[in-house]
Write a new protein. Structure first.
Length: 220
């Protein structure tokens, strides 16, 4: 089985000091929809309590290093729970609670969760930037990119902007690698975005854990 190293997108941001590694073939299989998975794991009334000063976050009950209470809270506030309960397929790049913590610490506009969730329409736009109408796994995209001239795979999000996965195939013998995502980030683009855990397969799509909140262009 092949493992994946995604290079820094176009060399724009430089290598991060700590690059999380992931096995692109590792999966956790669940029945139900994206919404079902989040609700069954965290409860229908899950609330995001992360603050910019919080320093540690627990893993979820499944043993994954990531948890998604903040994502579920944001999905509910933005009115997207019913959408992600639909037929799909959906590929959801899912920011962990730690990603929301990092976002609040770095953002010049939002210092608390309440500030972030005060504008549901803005939140909806941001969340749709994390959703693609497809269900390709990381390995699916790896194999397609492997045959491409630029070793990249580009996805168009439901929000309308692109996410680009770039694959240098220089470490084919390695068992693990870093998975990096390039995007149309604006003010938050200084942080490299990584996949940080195994993907979660559900009946209507794929959930891909990431360590940052992606921000689309918020211009008119």
């Amino acid at each position: 089985m092949k493992r994946l190293l995604l290079a820094n997108l176009l060399g724009l941001f430089g290598l991060a000091l700590a690059q999380p590694t992931v096995d692109i073939n590792a999966t956790e299989n669940n029945s139900g929809t994206v919404t079902n998975y989040l609700v069954s794991t965290y409860g229908s009334n899950a609330a995001c309590t992360v603050t910019e000063d919080e320093t540690s976050l627990a893993s979820d009950a499944s043993g994954m290093i990531t948890s998604y209470k903040c994502l579920l809270d944001a999905v509910n506030v933005a009115g997207l729970a019913e959408t992600l309960d639909g037929e799909g397929p959906f590929m959801v790049f899912a920011p962990s609670d730690a990603a929301f913590q990092k976002f609040l610490a770095d953002s010049p506009d939002y210092a608390t969760v309440s500030e972030l969730t005060a504008d549901p329409e803005m939140l909806k736009k941001v969340l749709l930037y994390h959703v693609v109408a497809d269900n390709k796994t990381l390995n699916d995209m790896y194999l397609i990119a492997e045959d491409s001239a630029d070793k990249e795979y580009t996805l168009t999000t439901v929000e309308g902007s692109d996410l680009t996965l770039k694959f240098p195939f220089s470490l084919e013998a390695d068992e693990m690698g870093t998975v990096e995502i390039g995007s149309d980030l604006t003010d938050m683009s200084s942080a490299t975005v990584y996949v940080v855990d195994r993907i979660i397969k559900v009946d209507n799509g794929i959930i891909i854990p990431i360590d940052s909140v992606l921000m689309p262009s918020m211009g008119e």
